[in-house]
Design a binder for this molecule. Structure first.
Ligand code: BG6
Ligand code: MG
Length: 224
């Protein structure tokens, strides 16, 4: 029986991928590495450190760990300039209503994000209070697709892994949910997230109980 809903942050609650892209683009330009918007897909759900390694791989470049750390630090300063301007207007359509609906129906709700900036973002968009637990990049040591972040969410909610479902926009996150023995709802298309158990384009107009019933009865259910 499903008792908990676990939400990724970037790409599920807010569209911060564009800010990650702009910040990485600035770093890549400086290093004269050709980094395009389509390459940004590779960075979704992936840790900051791994993101930079992927960018270096795209440019066929190598760097010492110290240098990589310095670029990651600088990228985050640029990223924070965008994040600091965020407001609740940037919460994706239907997210507030969906979470309220979940809480009214006595589901527990947690945030499970790879981001070390999750707390700042939730403060900026005024969305900390509804979460019964927040597990972010500061609290995990293994990146998705390792299940650690979602296993810690379930534990913090006092639930078993299989009592939770995950909402994710990245392939690494869907895999992390499955590795934790949880069903995963992909926020995106079947083409982008072929392994998700169900797909949603967005939360607008989605009824929590209906979604859980469909997922429970038919885990192969298509986009609703
Ligand atoms: C994930 C994003 O949520 O967080 C990734 O999808 C990002 O693109 C990762 O690299 C780490 O984020 P941050 O904010 O700690 O640099
Ligand atoms: Mg995401």
């Amino acid at each position: 029986m499903i008792k908990g809903l676990l939400f990724d942050l970037d790409g599920v609650i807010v569209d911060t991928a564009k800010y990650h892209y702009l910040a990485w683009k600035q770093i890549a330009d400086e290093l004269k590495i050709d980094f395009k918007l389509k390459d940004n897909e590779l960075l979704k759900g992936v840790s900051r450190e791994r993101s930079f390694e992927i960018i270096l791989e795209l440019g066929d470049r190598k760097m010492s760990r110290e240098e990589r750390n310095e670029y990651c630090r600088r990228k985050n300063i640029i990223y924070l300039e965008y994040i600091n301007k965020m407001t609740e207007e940037e919460i994706l359509p239907g997210v507030n209503e969906f979470i309220s609906d979940a809480k009214k129906n006595a589901y527990k709700v947690a945030l499970g994000s790879a981001s070390k900036n999750a707390s700042i973002i939730l403060t900026k968009i005024k969305l900390k209070d509804p979460f019964d637990a927040i597990i972010d990049g500061e609290k995990v040591s293994e990146a998705k697709p390792n299940p650690e972040v979602f296993t810690k969410c379930a534990c913090a909610l006092g639930l078993k892994n299989e009592e939770c479902i995950v909402f994710e926009d990245s392939a690494a996150g869907i895999q992390a949910a499955h590795n934790a023995n949880m069903l995963a709802v992909g926020i995106g298309t079947k083409e982008n997230l072929p392994k998700a158990d169900m797909h949603l384009y967005e939360f607008e107009g989605i009824n929590v109980q209906k979604l859980i019933d469909i997922l429970g009865e038919n885990p192969e259910a298509d986009t609703i």
